[in-house]
Design a binder for this molecule. Structure first.
Ligand SMILES: Nc1ncnc2c1ncn2[C@@H]1O[C@H](COP(=O)(O)OP(=O)(O)OP(=O)(O)O)[C@@H](O)[C@H]1O
Ligand SMILES: [Mg+2]
Length: 227
């Protein structure tokens, strides 16, 4: 748990699991309750990190190896944390982030075959103490998620990104890796069945986050009122 007055929630899971859909629905529900909400995403979310995002998702860094990619992800995360996430949390904002450190553990660590100590070291410097209060892991069969992502990307200019292009087996391995994280860190992580209807998932997500709000974000409303 961070000591900041805000609340830091991350959304994790494979391609097409519904992270971006649910982050929007949760942001709307929390704003309706009068909370200050910041929606952000990785890679990216800050000026410096958005500059690196294209290099990563286009596959431009792939030729230089997985270590290079992992370090670039960490560089982007560090900028995002220090420029955007930490300042928002310190002001009492509810920060909802689409992918964060668990995606690095899974994509570069598990399916990238990078040694755990390397990933852990990068995570430590990039996150620099800003650990999510809650991580929601959207779980569904990889084939279902990829099919959803494929349909979504049916437009003429939309191409699958560097990671979407990988084999089904790799995506299944990632699913297992996310579930392993949830099992190892049950206090931080909650797994949601992402095959359900959007509205049912949204209600479940809100039910997970609501009990965390009075302790953290509501304190902020009072502080705002005084100032
Ligand atoms: N519960 C659901 N049932 C069916 N379709 C869904 C559901 N949630 C989202 N979708 C649809 O699936 C597609 C992928 O959803 P979304 O973009 O939210 O996933 P994502 O996890 O953000 O994917 P990515 O990792 O590729 O960014 C979208 O077209 C969305 O409308
Ligand atoms: Mg998305």
């Amino acid at each position: 748990m961070s000591a900041a007055p805000g609340l830091f929630v991350t959304f994790e899971g494979g391609e097409g699991a519904g992270k971006s859909t649910q982050i929007r629905l949760l942001a709307a529900a929390l704003r309706e309750r009068g909370l200050t909400v910041l929606m952000t995403r990785e890679p990216g979310g800050s000026k410096g990190a958005e500059a690196v995002r294209h290099v990563l998702l286009s596959g431009a860094a792939e030729a230089y190896g997985i270590r290079m990619e992992a370090i670039l992800f960490a560089a982007a995360r560090s900028d995002h944390v220090e420029q955007v996430i930490r300042p928002a949390l310190s002001k009492g904002t509810v920060v909802l982030c689409d992918r964060f450190m668990d995606s690095s553990r899974v994509y570069q660590g598990i399916t990238g075959n990078l040694e755990q100590s390397f990933i852990e070291a990068l995570e430590r410097v990039a996150v620099n103490g800003v650990v999510p209060d809650c991580t929601i892991i959207f779980d569904l069969p990889a084939a279902v998620g990829l099919e959803r992502a494929r349909k979504r990307s049916a437009g003429p200019d939309e191409q699958p990104d560097r990671f979407e292009k990988e084999e089904l087996q790799t995506h299944e391995k990632r699913r297992e890796a996310f579930l392993d994280i949830a099992e190892r860190e049950p206090l931080r992580c909650r797994v949601v069945d992402a095959t359900k209807a959007q509205e049912a998932i949204a209600a479940e997500v809100l039910a997970i986050i609501e009990p965390l709000l009075p302790i953290k974000a509501h304190g902020r409303s009072d502080a705002e009122h005084i100032s």
